[in-house]
Design a protein around this ligand. Structure first.
Ligand SMILES: Nc1ncnc2c1ncn2[C@@H]1O[C@H](COP(=O)(O)OP(=O)(O)OP(=O)(O)O)[C@@H](O)[C@H]1O
Ligand SMILES: [Mg+2]
Length: 473
């Protein structure tokens, strides 16, 4: 017959408990110690004989066992200062017939050092897992080819053809184009049709990496280069990309100090890890991209001219969507196909009126904006046809957008007579327009502030300041 724990010989029970929890204490409802094992006593500098039957507060400094035995609230992984060190403890109430009768406490780690030792054992594995996960994701994404670049307008086709032609070369490529025009797609396509396609394409976003990490990210570091440096050092992206392609996205946002270091590597074709002695020779093809006007940045002294020349061997300018509006239907079709797969839907189409609206809009956020608009419409769509009502507000009220922003005032579109218009001060009017522009930019970028700043052509800092000024969350 099964007897639960009673089936285990009495003298085994203590051993089992001690094997399960190295350091353990049990108190009754009043916080009197009923049981404490030797390992715990040794850690506390006392003996079992001296500890049992005494109030737990007298034996264990800073204990909360008597509180748990009273409140019935368990405490997990609680930091517990003891002997000048912080140990990590679990405390559970013991309940019998719905009443709190006592508490059991275990010490998981005697010190943060012990915890750290344990953690480093699994941390290596966790990091490795993370690395492979992102690598896999990146590789899955790097499948873009020229055939994925949709468009048949002549300027776009010429750009695409040119990019295809220069794929095989080893010269640096500079991709210029507004936000969301497809710079990343071009970079992938160029790599994929080059001789280097079986070797890595390593992408690094210069705007997204904090300045102080960019150097170690690009060049790596050697063992002990700084406190917290990983044992055995770390390869930089240049080394990882060796023989392949390094895609330096948002190069216009690279800090000046890094620009000089990058230039040196490009000239000498070798890198030195931070804190390292030896030079490692490097053969990478550089593709850089930016939505910024690099020439203007050079003029303003914010971008090094010599680096600009180095990168600008082959310049590819990707036309914005507003200059290739005839491609909008075709691109929309291809984006809808992509979205259908994402949402497990089929046969979604645009109504004629929607298509007309899409053709009229200026698309400051380019293809990414178009993608966002279509995705949002599918989200509110029950049937198969996207109608004007499914579009985001700013595309539904387009009359005001086109007459206000894009059409020069013709005599029959003159504003109402002065007397009927409430006159605000210029400052107020400008502020209102600024606020509207920010809200609109946030709308088309799905609330992504970095993207929105880009669409508006202002820096991140000034964008955040303005959001604060106009109380935009
Ligand atoms: N020619 C194209 N045909 C189909 N889809 C495209 C095309 N160009 C871009 N896209 C899509 O538009 C979106 C934005 O493209 P991408 O990320 O390459 O833009 P970007 O120029 O790098 O923008 P940013 O400067 O904001 O980083 C992506 O989802 C991409 O799939
Ligand atoms: Mg990009």
């Amino acid at each position: 017959m099964y007897q639960g724990l009673k089936g285990i010989p009495d003298n085994w029970q203590e051993q089992i408990i001690n094997l399960l929890a190295e350091r353990i204490v049990v108190v009754d409802h009043d916080g009197i110690i009923l049981y404490i094992n030797e390992a715990y006593c040794e850690f506390l500098g006392t003996t079992v004989k001296d500890a049992v039957h005494r109030p737990v507060q007298d034996v264990i400094e800073n204990t909360r066992m008597h509180i748990v035995a009273n409140t019935g609230q368990k405490e997990l992984a609680a930091l517990h200062p003891i002997n000048g060190s912080e140990m990590i403890a679990n405390r559970f109430p013991i309940i019998e017939d719905g009443k709190i009768v006592g508490a059991v406490g275990t010490v998981m780690f005697r010190s943060p050092e012990e915890w750290r030792m344990y953690r480093t054992k699994i941390q290596g594995l966790v990091e490795e897992l993370k690395y492979y996960k992102t690598k896999l994701e990146k590789e899955l994404k790097s499948k873009y080819r020229f055939s994925d670049l949709i468009g048949k307008c002549s300027t776009f086709l010429a750009t695409k053809k040119f990019a295809e032609r220069i794929s095989g070369s080893n010269s640096s490529v500079l991709l210029m184009g507004d936000s969301g025009t497809g710079k990343e797609l071009f970079a992938h396509a160029i790599h994929n049709s080059s001789m280097r396609s079986s070797l890595p394409l390593v992408a690094i976003n210069c705007a997204a990496i904090p300045e102080h990490l960019l150097e170690s990210e690009l060049f790596g570091y050697d063992d002990g280069a700084f406190t917290g440096a990983k044992k055995g050092g770390k390869k930089g992206q240049f080394e990882i990309a060796n023989n392949g392609t390094l895609f330096l996205d948002e190069i216009g946002d690279m800090p000046l100090s890094m620009q000089s270091k990058l230039l040196r590597v490009l000239q000498e074709k070798e890198v030195q890890r931070i804190g390292g002695q030896k030079s490692i020779s490097i053969d990478v093809r550089i593709i850089a991209a930016t939505h910024r006007d690099l020439e203007k940045l050079v003029e303003e002294g914010k971008f090094r001219q010599d680096l600009y020349y180095r990168l600008n061997v082959i310049k590819i300018e990707i036309p914005p969507l507003r200059e290739r509006k005839e491609d909008i239907p075709l691109i929309s079709q291809s984006l809808l196909k992509k979205l259908e797969r994402k949402f497990y839907r089929k046969g979604i189409e645009l109504s004629a009126e929607v298509e007309e609206r899409l053709m009229k809009h200026e698309w400051p956020g380019n293809i990414r904006e178009l993608e966002n608009v279509l995705e949002r419409s599918i989200n509110v769509l029950d049937g198969k046809t996207i109608e004007v009502a499914h579009l985001p507000l700013y595309l539904r009220d387009m009359e005001s957008e086109t007459s206000f922003v894009n059409t020069p005032l013709s005599p029959n579109k003159m504003p109402a007579p002065k007397a009927q218009l409430p006159i605000d001060s210029l400052k107020e009017t400008l502020a209102r327009a600024e606020k509207e522009a920010i809200l609109h930019a946030l709308d088309i970028t799905n609330g992504n502030k970095q993207e929105a700043a880009k669409v508006l052509g202002i820096g991140k800092t000034s964008f955040y300041e303005k959001c604060k000024l106009y109380a935009i969350k």
